[in-house]
Write a protein that binds this ligand. Structure first.
Ligand SMILES: Cc1cc2nc3c(=O)[nH]c(=O)nc-3n(C[C@H](O)[C@H](O)[C@H](O)COP(=O)(O)O)c2cc1C
Length: 173
């Protein structure tokens, strides 16, 4: 699938079939993560890919923003100490979160291009997610991405008028 087509086709899925994620999709997501850029190439992020049904149900209990029962969940984590050591103060304060946002897009678009759906999820109880996934103290969960096969088509996308979001040359043009 062409990149723009993939971007336009991606919509947040909140209800999934019970089909497991095909192994080649998990493999592609792994590769996509490894190719995602990071500021100063600091690579301080960590990603936990969960496919175990029991662990997913456990995560759901502590993630009120996670709807449906996905086939997989990726926990996108940041590491303040490693960001500071490898990327400096700007990475530690801000860029590590931007890096995760970039990686989130890469993960969702890779899934979409291979026929799977996704939803980013920020509403969760971080200490519980850390405990369930065995994160070390310095590694914090910042975003979840649910993955699976949507069981219904998405509602039409509502977007602001382009002029309210995009300017050319100067703000407002
Ligand atoms: C950083 C971030 C956090 C989000 N957190 C949640 C969430 O906790 N629960 C949820 O159902 N959707 C969540 N979403 C999905 C948004 O609601 C969704 O992207 C938005 O409504 C636009 O719809 P679309 O993704 O279908 O284009 C999140 C999206 C982003 C980018």
């Amino acid at each position: 699938m062409d990149v723009l087509e993939t971007i336009k086709a991606r919509r947040s899925a909140r209800s999934f079939t019970d089909q497991r994620l095909e192994p080649h999709i998990v493999e592609a997501i792994k590769e996509a993560i490894l190719h995602s850029p990071s500021a100063s190439n600091a690579q301080e992020s960590h990603f936990v890919i969960i496919q175990d049904e029991v662990r997913i149900r456990h995560i759901k209990r502590f993630a009120q923003g996670l709807s449906g029962v996905p086939a997989a969940v990726v926990v996108l984590c940041s590491n303040h100490q490693e960001a500071l050591a490898r990327g400096g103060a700007d990475s530690a304060d801000t860029l590590r979160f931007i890096n995760l946002g970039v990686a989130a897009s890469v993960i969702m678009l890779t899934a979409q291009s291979l026929g799977a759906s996704s939803c980013p999820v920020r509403s969760f109880h971080a200490p519980s997610i850390s405990a369930i996934t065995g994160l070390p103290e310095e590694v914090k969960p910042e975003l979840l991405i649910s993955l699976g096969y949507a069981d219904k088509p998405p509602r039409p996308k509502t977007s602001k008028p382009p002029k309210e979001m995009i300017s050319f040359e100067r703000y407002g043009n």
